[in-house]
Ligand binder design. Structure first.
Ligand SMILES: *Cc1c(COP(=O)(O)O)cnc(C)c1O
Length: 221
Protein backbone atom coordinates (compact mmCIF):
# COMPACT_ATOMS: atom_id res chain seq x y z
CA UNK A 1 0.00 0.00 0.00
CA UNK A 2 1.29 3.45 -0.92
CA UNK A 3 2.15 5.88 1.88
CA UNK A 4 0.61 9.30 2.40
CA UNK A 5 3.75 10.90 0.92
CA UNK A 6 3.59 8.66 -2.14
CA UNK A 7 -0.09 9.39 -2.76
CA UNK A 8 0.54 13.12 -2.37
CA UNK A 9 3.42 12.93 -4.84
CA UNK A 10 1.28 11.01 -7.33
CA UNK A 11 -1.45 13.68 -7.18
CA UNK A 12 1.09 16.50 -7.46
CA UNK A 13 2.45 14.81 -10.56
CA UNK A 14 -1.06 14.33 -11.97
CA UNK A 15 -1.86 17.99 -11.38
CA UNK A 16 1.38 19.09 -13.07
CA UNK A 17 0.69 16.77 -16.04
CA UNK A 18 -2.84 18.12 -16.47
CA UNK A 19 -1.62 21.73 -16.24
CA UNK A 20 0.92 21.00 -18.96
CA UNK A 21 -1.79 19.39 -21.09
CA UNK A 22 -3.97 22.48 -20.59
CA UNK A 23 -1.08 24.84 -21.33
CA UNK A 24 -1.53 26.38 -17.90
CA UNK A 25 0.90 27.38 -15.16
CA UNK A 26 0.64 24.83 -12.35
CA UNK A 27 1.17 27.71 -9.91
CA UNK A 28 -2.33 28.93 -10.84
CA UNK A 29 -3.90 25.76 -9.41
CA UNK A 30 -4.26 25.42 -5.63
CA UNK A 31 -4.67 21.89 -4.34
CA UNK A 32 -6.75 21.79 -1.16
CA UNK A 33 -6.28 18.50 0.68
CA UNK A 34 -9.63 17.46 2.15
CA UNK A 35 -8.94 16.06 5.63
CA UNK A 36 -12.55 15.60 6.82
CA UNK A 37 -12.97 12.58 9.16
CA UNK A 38 -9.18 12.31 9.50
CA UNK A 39 -7.33 13.22 12.72
CA UNK A 40 -5.25 16.33 13.35
CA UNK A 41 -2.14 14.10 13.25
CA UNK A 42 -2.69 13.52 9.53
CA UNK A 43 -2.94 17.27 8.94
CA UNK A 44 0.44 17.69 10.68
CA UNK A 45 1.96 14.98 8.50
CA UNK A 46 0.63 16.67 5.36
CA UNK A 47 1.91 20.02 6.59
CA UNK A 48 5.39 18.49 7.03
CA UNK A 49 5.10 17.37 3.38
CA UNK A 50 4.47 20.97 2.32
CA UNK A 51 0.68 21.10 2.16
CA UNK A 52 -0.70 24.50 3.22
CA UNK A 53 -4.38 24.32 2.15
CA UNK A 54 -6.79 22.04 3.98
CA UNK A 55 -10.50 21.36 3.48
CA UNK A 56 -13.12 20.46 6.10
CA UNK A 57 -16.84 19.93 5.72
CA UNK A 58 -18.45 19.87 9.18
CA UNK A 59 -18.39 22.62 11.80
CA UNK A 60 -18.46 20.26 14.80
CA UNK A 61 -15.38 18.45 13.51
CA UNK A 62 -13.51 21.39 11.99
CA UNK A 63 -13.69 23.75 14.96
CA UNK A 64 -11.77 21.60 17.49
CA UNK A 65 -9.38 20.24 14.86
CA UNK A 66 -8.39 23.69 13.64
CA UNK A 67 -8.10 24.96 17.23
CA UNK A 68 -5.73 22.08 17.99
CA UNK A 69 -3.64 23.01 14.93
CA UNK A 70 -3.65 26.76 15.46
CA UNK A 71 0.17 26.97 15.38
CA UNK A 72 0.35 25.62 11.80
CA UNK A 73 0.75 28.13 9.02
CA UNK A 74 -2.13 27.05 6.80
CA UNK A 75 -5.29 28.14 5.02
CA UNK A 76 -8.51 26.43 6.02
CA UNK A 77 -11.30 25.90 3.50
CA UNK A 78 -14.89 25.02 4.43
CA UNK A 79 -16.48 22.87 1.71
CA UNK A 80 -19.57 21.34 3.35
CA UNK A 81 -23.19 22.37 3.54
CA UNK A 82 -23.55 25.19 5.99
CA UNK A 83 -26.49 26.30 8.12
CA UNK A 84 -26.86 30.03 8.55
CA UNK A 85 -26.99 29.49 12.33
CA UNK A 86 -23.47 27.99 12.35
CA UNK A 87 -22.06 30.28 9.65
CA UNK A 88 -21.16 33.07 12.06
CA UNK A 89 -19.06 30.68 14.13
CA UNK A 90 -17.43 29.04 11.11
CA UNK A 91 -16.44 32.48 9.83
CA UNK A 92 -14.36 33.07 12.97
CA UNK A 93 -11.86 30.25 12.26
CA UNK A 94 -12.08 29.61 8.49
CA UNK A 95 -10.24 31.47 5.73
CA UNK A 96 -12.37 30.49 2.73
CA UNK A 97 -15.94 29.16 2.42
CA UNK A 98 -16.63 27.29 -0.83
CA UNK A 99 -20.26 26.40 -0.15
CA UNK A 100 -22.24 29.64 0.01
CA UNK A 101 -25.62 28.89 -1.56
CA UNK A 102 -28.20 31.11 0.15
CA UNK A 103 -28.91 34.80 0.77
CA UNK A 104 -29.18 34.11 4.50
CA UNK A 105 -25.51 33.04 4.47
CA UNK A 106 -24.49 36.30 2.83
CA UNK A 107 -26.22 38.12 5.69
CA UNK A 108 -24.67 35.87 8.36
CA UNK A 109 -21.14 36.21 6.98
CA UNK A 110 -21.17 39.98 6.49
CA UNK A 111 -18.69 41.78 8.72
CA UNK A 112 -16.13 38.96 8.65
CA UNK A 113 -12.96 39.09 6.65
CA UNK A 114 -13.05 36.01 4.44
CA UNK A 115 -13.08 34.72 0.88
CA UNK A 116 -16.15 32.92 -0.44
CA UNK A 117 -17.24 30.89 -3.43
CA UNK A 118 -20.83 30.47 -4.59
CA UNK A 119 -21.65 26.76 -4.80
CA UNK A 120 -23.68 25.88 -7.88
CA UNK A 121 -25.96 22.85 -7.94
CA UNK A 122 -25.63 21.05 -11.28
CA UNK A 123 -28.31 18.46 -10.47
CA UNK A 124 -32.12 18.66 -10.26
CA UNK A 125 -31.96 17.59 -6.59
CA UNK A 126 -32.21 20.64 -4.29
CA UNK A 127 -30.88 18.47 -1.41
CA UNK A 128 -27.44 18.32 -3.01
CA UNK A 129 -26.41 21.78 -1.87
CA UNK A 130 -25.63 24.70 -4.11
CA UNK A 131 -27.72 27.42 -5.66
CA UNK A 132 -29.62 26.84 -8.85
CA UNK A 133 -27.71 28.39 -11.81
CA UNK A 134 -30.55 30.94 -12.17
CA UNK A 135 -29.91 32.15 -8.63
CA UNK A 136 -26.18 32.92 -9.02
CA UNK A 137 -26.64 36.51 -10.12
CA UNK A 138 -28.84 37.50 -7.18
CA UNK A 139 -26.65 35.74 -4.61
CA UNK A 140 -23.54 37.39 -6.08
CA UNK A 141 -25.13 40.80 -5.58
CA UNK A 142 -25.83 39.97 -1.92
CA UNK A 143 -22.23 38.85 -1.40
CA UNK A 144 -20.76 41.89 -3.15
CA UNK A 145 -22.73 44.02 -0.70
CA UNK A 146 -21.52 42.06 2.36
CA UNK A 147 -18.77 43.98 4.15
CA UNK A 148 -15.43 42.17 4.48
CA UNK A 149 -16.53 39.30 2.26
CA UNK A 150 -14.55 38.77 -0.94
CA UNK A 151 -16.38 36.84 -3.66
CA UNK A 152 -13.77 34.68 -5.41
CA UNK A 153 -15.84 32.64 -7.87
CA UNK A 154 -17.87 29.47 -8.27
CA UNK A 155 -17.66 26.01 -6.71
CA UNK A 156 -19.32 22.85 -8.01
CA UNK A 157 -19.29 19.08 -7.75
CA UNK A 158 -19.65 17.11 -11.00
CA UNK A 159 -22.92 15.13 -10.76
CA UNK A 160 -22.76 11.33 -10.77
CA UNK A 161 -23.48 9.85 -14.14
CA UNK A 162 -22.52 12.92 -16.11
CA UNK A 163 -19.27 13.38 -18.01
CA UNK A 164 -17.25 15.62 -15.61
CA UNK A 165 -15.61 17.58 -18.42
CA UNK A 166 -19.07 18.61 -19.65
CA UNK A 167 -20.27 19.54 -16.18
CA UNK A 168 -17.15 21.67 -15.60
CA UNK A 169 -17.59 23.36 -18.99
CA UNK A 170 -21.05 24.41 -17.77
CA UNK A 171 -19.49 25.92 -14.63
CA UNK A 172 -16.95 27.76 -16.75
CA UNK A 173 -19.78 29.31 -18.80
CA UNK A 174 -21.64 30.28 -15.62
CA UNK A 175 -18.42 31.86 -14.35
CA UNK A 176 -18.17 34.02 -17.47
CA UNK A 177 -21.71 35.25 -16.83
CA UNK A 178 -20.95 35.87 -13.14
CA UNK A 179 -18.09 38.14 -14.14
CA UNK A 180 -20.50 40.57 -15.77
CA UNK A 181 -21.61 41.50 -12.22
CA UNK A 182 -18.44 40.50 -10.31
CA UNK A 183 -15.45 41.04 -12.62
CA UNK A 184 -12.89 39.84 -10.06
CA UNK A 185 -14.75 36.62 -9.17
CA UNK A 186 -12.82 34.52 -11.65
CA UNK A 187 -11.82 31.52 -9.50
CA UNK A 188 -13.19 28.02 -10.12
CA UNK A 189 -13.31 25.49 -7.28
CA UNK A 190 -13.91 22.31 -9.29
CA UNK A 191 -12.21 18.92 -9.35
CA UNK A 192 -11.95 16.13 -6.79
CA UNK A 193 -9.98 12.85 -6.57
CA UNK A 194 -11.62 11.28 -9.61
CA UNK A 195 -11.94 14.23 -11.96
CA UNK A 196 -9.22 16.78 -11.27
CA UNK A 197 -7.63 16.36 -14.70
CA UNK A 198 -10.90 17.32 -16.41
CA UNK A 199 -11.30 20.22 -13.97
CA UNK A 200 -7.84 21.58 -14.76
CA UNK A 201 -8.57 21.33 -18.48
CA UNK A 202 -11.70 23.46 -17.88
CA UNK A 203 -9.83 26.12 -15.89
CA UNK A 204 -9.94 24.98 -12.24
CA UNK A 205 -8.05 27.30 -9.91
CA UNK A 206 -8.87 25.29 -6.76
CA UNK A 207 -9.00 21.50 -6.49
CA UNK A 208 -10.59 19.78 -3.47
CA UNK A 209 -8.85 16.43 -3.23
CA UNK A 210 -9.52 13.92 -0.46
CA UNK A 211 -9.22 10.16 -0.87
CA UNK A 212 -6.61 10.18 -3.67
CA UNK A 213 -4.23 11.67 -1.10
CA UNK A 214 -5.58 10.63 2.31
CA UNK A 215 -6.72 7.13 1.41
CA UNK A 216 -10.20 6.00 2.36
CA UNK A 217 -11.99 8.07 4.99
CA UNK A 218 -12.87 6.48 8.31
CA UNK A 219 -16.60 6.49 9.13
CA UNK A 220 -17.79 9.91 10.33
CA UNK A 221 -17.28 10.19 14.08
C1 LIG B 1 -15.37 15.19 0.49
C2 LIG B 1 -15.41 16.26 -0.55
C3 LIG B 1 -14.38 16.38 -1.51
C4 LIG B 1 -13.24 15.39 -1.63
O1 LIG B 1 -13.69 14.24 -2.28
P1 LIG B 1 -12.71 13.08 -2.76
O2 LIG B 1 -13.51 12.31 -3.75
O3 LIG B 1 -12.35 12.30 -1.56
O4 LIG B 1 -11.52 13.72 -3.39
C5 LIG B 1 -14.46 17.45 -2.40
N1 LIG B 1 -15.49 18.34 -2.38
C6 LIG B 1 -16.48 18.24 -1.47
C7 LIG B 1 -17.58 19.25 -1.51
C8 LIG B 1 -16.48 17.19 -0.55
O5 LIG B 1 -17.49 17.10 0.33
Amino acid sequence: MASLAERLDAVREGVADAAREANRDVADVTTIVVTKFHPASMVRELHDLGVRDFGESRHQEAQPKIAELHELEASWHFIGQLQSKKARQVATYIDVIHSVDRDSLAVALAGNSLDVFIQVNLTDDPGRGGVDPDGIHHLAEQLLAAEGVELRGLMAVAPLGREPRQAFATVRELSERLRSVAPRADALSIGMSGDYREAILEGATHLRIGTAITGNRPAPG
